[in-house]
Design a protein around this ligand. Structure first.
Ligand SMILES: [Zn+2]
Length: 77
């Protein structure tokens, strides 16, 4: 992420601790869709079309982070 991108992110909505898992989740600008959530614990991520969707999913990474869901996705090395 470059500085211009970082500057567009509202700092109030940056990193928060998820209620359901107790892990840190960062809201930022996505690559394919406007918004992206990142599970800081596992680097799992999910992109969203609207900020509303991203905010509603932010406290529940066990609904979108493969690792928080209990899965261990294959990681290409
Ligand atoms: Zn996770």
């Amino acid at each position: 992420m470059n500085a211009a991108t970082a500057a567009r992110i509202d700092p109030r909505f940056n990193t928060t601790r998820a209620r359901s898992t107790g892990t840190l989740v960062t809201l930022c600008e996505g690559d394919d869709l406007p918004w992206m959530l990142i599970c800081e614990e596992h680097a799992g991520c999910m992109e969203f079309q609207t900020k509303r969707e991203a905010l509603s999913a932010r406290s529940e990474p066990d609904n979108w982070c493969e690792w928080c869901m209990g899965n261990e996705p294959e990681v290409e090395s």
